[in-house]
Ligand binder design. Structure first.
Ligand SMILES: *Cc1c(COP(=O)(O)O)cnc(C)c1O
Length: 221
């Protein structure tokens, strides 16, 4: 099936209220363009260098999301244009995003990445680290960063009960954080969870944003 057929098939299975991020990492600009021509406007990339290079060949009304591990020294490369950084996993990175966004007179939306999987290799804050960050960091010190919600990745397993449990835990944390720290902030509205293999479970658990790569673009090498 073609990229545009994949997109329309997936679109039919997700509610209008859920944002589809097409994850185009390791796929060329031509593949992004095919998705763009099918109406897709939100794309996710996981490497700063790859994103910067690809972006030059593509329309300027694409909304780019950064979804991979981001080194602080790479923030300046994407700060001029990035719409959302979904993989905020340290205070150091938050401080650098504020600094670079200020330099370009921009407000960058970010998601706090939460470690919900059983695998050690995945990154992100534990729920307690996330609470501690919000207790100790006054939001008014970050006028160029909007904390828009949470992001998480479930364990890569066939055990759907486990995946469902992990997504439900993240949804509960999202509601708690929203109530405790952002009750008067309408911009805190995004729960990013669900990938090709598990996005239907994520939507059932309350996801508002799914990040889908291989089901749209095919397998990566
Ligand atoms: C690669 C990636 C995805 C997309 O994964 P697929 O299984 O190809 O859909 C989603 N989220 C993150 C953080 C990723 O790194």
């Amino acid at each position: 099936m073609s990229i545009s057929e994949n997109i329309s098939r997936i679109k039919k299975t997700i509610p209008d209220t859920v944002t589809l991020v097409a994850v185009s990492k390791f796929h060329p600009a031509e593949a992004v363009m095919e998705a763009y021509n099918a109406g897709q406007r939100v794309f996710g990339e996981s490497r700063a260098q790859e994103l910067v290079a690809k972006r030059h060949h593509l329309p300027t009304d694409i909304e780019w999301h950064f979804i991979g591990q981001l080194q602080t020294n790479k923030v300046k490369e994407i700060a001029p244009f990035i719409q959302m950084i979904q993989s905020l996993d340290s205070l150091k990175l938050l401080n650098e995003i504020e600094k670079q966004a200020a330099k370009y007179h921009r407000v960058i939306r970010v998601l706090l990445e939460i470690h919900i999987a059983a695998e050690e290799t995945k990154s992100g804050f534990s729920p307690d680290e996330c609470r501690a960050l919000l207790e100790t960091c006054p939001l008014q010190n970050y006028p160029h960063v909007q904390i828009a919600g949470l992001m998480g990745m479930a364990t890569n397993t066939d055990d759907t009960d486990q995946i469902r449990r992990e997504f439900e835990n993240l949804e509960h944390l999202y509601q708690e954080i929203k109530t405790r720290y952002f009750s008067d902030k309408t911009y805190f509205n995004t729960l990013s969870m669900g990938m090709s293999a598990d996005y239907p479970l994520a939507i059932e658990a309350g996801s508002t944003m799914v990040r889908i790569g291989s089901s749209i673009f095919g397998e990566r090498d």
